[in-house]
Design a protein around this ligand. Sequence first.
Ligand code: GAR
Length: 192
Amino acid sequence: MLSIAVFASGNGSNLQALIDASRCGRLKARIPVVISNNSDSFALTRAQKAGITTYHISQKKYPDYINYISQLLTVLKKHDITLIVLAGYMKLLPREIVDTYYGRVINIHPALLPKYGGPGMYGRNIHQSVLAAGEKYSGATVHIVDSQFDHGPILIQRRLLVNPNDTPDTLAARVLEIEHEILPQAVELFIK
Ligand code: GAR
């Protein structure tokens, strides 16, 4: 069975969607390891509850860049990782990791890329910008990662209609529901 490393920085609800899909057999993959740049990330708690090995690896923790990359590569190799999933990972994955796993790193983003992606486009900012621009649609995208933020070939994208009375929070919540559906689907697609 294919082994996935999930990188997450915050709440980890997308990680949870993958854990649930893997547990019930809908996703034919295992998640042996979760890595976070944030030691307080709830994603780490979710992973530990599911019996997954967790690592806190950040550049702050490993200020020497070579050592930082080496920590990441050692963990990924140790767990025989085939696919890396960025599920709410708010750091740029180092180029050395993207190059080593080229074509095998995917990212989920809460907008219809290529619009509303890139540096500064995270969390509420995205949904606020979508509403301010008067967009008719928003949605979520899973794409293969290259060396730029929120950039690379799209695997799955699903859209929803923006409601006239949407706030950034209501829009974020509806987009997140879509994310939880399409992320496991994108991993299945990758496996096929
Ligand atoms: C999700 O909406 C994800 O798409 C977004 O962060 C949120 C994490 O939620 N990722 C990005 O904005 C990446 N550019 P979660 O921690 O509950 O999964």
